[in-house]
Design a protein around this ligand. Structure first.
Ligand SMILES: Cc1cc2nc3c(=O)[nH]c(=O)nc-3n(C[C@H](O)[C@H](O)[C@H](O)COP(=O)(O)OP(=O)(O)OC[C@H]3O[C@@H](n4cnc5c(N)ncnc54)[C@H](O)[C@@H]3O)c2cc1C
Length: 333
């Protein structure tokens, strides 16, 4: 099917959707409200399915080289001392998880848009109500205007937790690299992953009543001072406390020619470690549905049928470990 698509938002989901749709016959135009040069902070750990999906748009290798592999997870409950570990791989997917700076991931995606001659207007914002294509893809994040245009009343709600992140250019000497460490405690969880090239990445997430900026920034560091991460704490560049929001994956995701992907449709707390991976999966599943269906409306129906149950299971606390996952076959364009 040949179609003209407009994508609102050139974040991780929107850029992947543009690249994937161009591969299946779409003539795509992207609109991004932020300037191209805007500083993008932080990093993401992408799941194995993200690598499979990025391979489909020719970027897997570059993203893996920009980041580093996270091969396993080690958890300690500091109240009981109980420790567990498991692989950060998934059946059928060739690669383990990847840890990558968000700015590097976005730069690679946006560079590829340019190489593929997919126009992206930066710094202008897109108005989802003024459209010219056959398909409008709302990849405009958790506070999506496209979602409101669809008449979906969902809005993000505060998760009850805030987070601080830190980075130090050297890894912690006493902890293995490429392993995601979690230390849970009565107020939240602290985490760390290190790499010989890229250094130490840590976070501390804890309960906070209101998500207010008045929360004492130092309380976040206490949980890390009780771990080996203390070695790099004072030398780290540290973020301010960030309030965490989530968006229930309910309400209308599409009509006959408009569809939501990524955080615009379903935003999980970073505690799930799935948001960016889900946005990338959405992009590929949407493009695949467009390739297979004989109308845009049928493709959007099929995309929602596949993606909504996965988003619902990922969103519901307690069900994440059993959450249905997209199969590698679903991610072959
Ligand atoms: C602190 C934190 C840590 C996280 N860590 C992880 C992690 O480790 N692993 C993981 O998988 N996920 C993580 N996530 C979640 C992940 O970042 C999101 O799920 C992911 O970025 C969603 O991508 P997206 O493209 O759907 O939305 P976004 O990344 O929000 O991108 C939306 C884009 O749309 C643009 N936009 C908005 N409105 C308009 C408009 N009207 N016109 C044009 N452009 C518009 C925005 O500027 C933005 O560029 C984390 C989230 C947070 C907050």
């Amino acid at each position: 099917m040949v179609f003209r698509a407009e994508v609102i938002g050139c974040g991780i989901g929107g850029a992947c959707a543009a690249l994937a749709m161009a591969k299946v016959g779409g003539r795509v135009h992207v609109y991004e409200k932020s300037a191209l040069t805007a500083e993008v902070g932080g990093w993401v750990t992408l799941g194995p399915a993200a690598s499979t999906a990025l391979d489909q748009i020719g970027l897997g290798e570059k993203v893996r080289a920009a980041g580093f592999p996270v091969v396993s997870v080690s958890t300690v409950d500091t109240r009981t001392g109980r420790a567990k570990s498991f692989a950060r791989t998934e059946p059928g997917h060739r690669w383990s998880s990847i840890h990558v700076w968000r700015k590097d991931l976005l730069a690679l995606l946006r560079e590829r848009l340019e190489q593929e001659d997919i126009p992206c207007d930066y710094g202008t914002g897109g108005d989802p109500s003024e459209r010219t294509g056959d398909l409008l893809v709302g990849a405009d994040g958790a506070r999506s205007a496209t979602r409101r245009l669809l008449g979906n009343p969902q809005e993000p709600t505060y998760t009850g937790q805030m987070i601080r992140y830190g980075h130090c250019p050297v890894p912690v000497s006493g902890l293995p690299t490429g392993v995601l460490h979690f230390w849970s405690h009565s107020e939240g969880v602290a985490g760390y992953v290190g790499d010989d090239r890229d250094g130490s990445f840590w976070f501390s997430r804890r309960n906070a009543d209101s998500g207010a900026a008045s929360t004492d920034p130092d309380v976040f560091l206490a949980a890390l001072r009780a771990t080996q991460v203390v070695e790099v704490l004072e030398r780290s560049e540290v973020s301010a406390p960030i309030a965490l929001y989530e968006l229930e994956p309910e309400g209308r995701w599409h009509n006959a020619d408009t569809v939501l992907i990524g955080d615009a449709a379903h935003a999980v707390s970073p505690s799930a470690g799935r948001g960016a991976t889900s946005a990338i999966e959405d992009a590929i599943v949407l493009a695949k549905a467009l390739r297979r269906a004989n109308s845009i409306a049928a493709a959007l129906e099929s995309y929602t049928e596949i993606r909504r149950p996965i988003a619902q299971a990922t969103y519901r606390p307690g069900s994440r470990r059993q959450a249905p996952r997209v199969s590698p076959a679903d991610l072959q364009l």
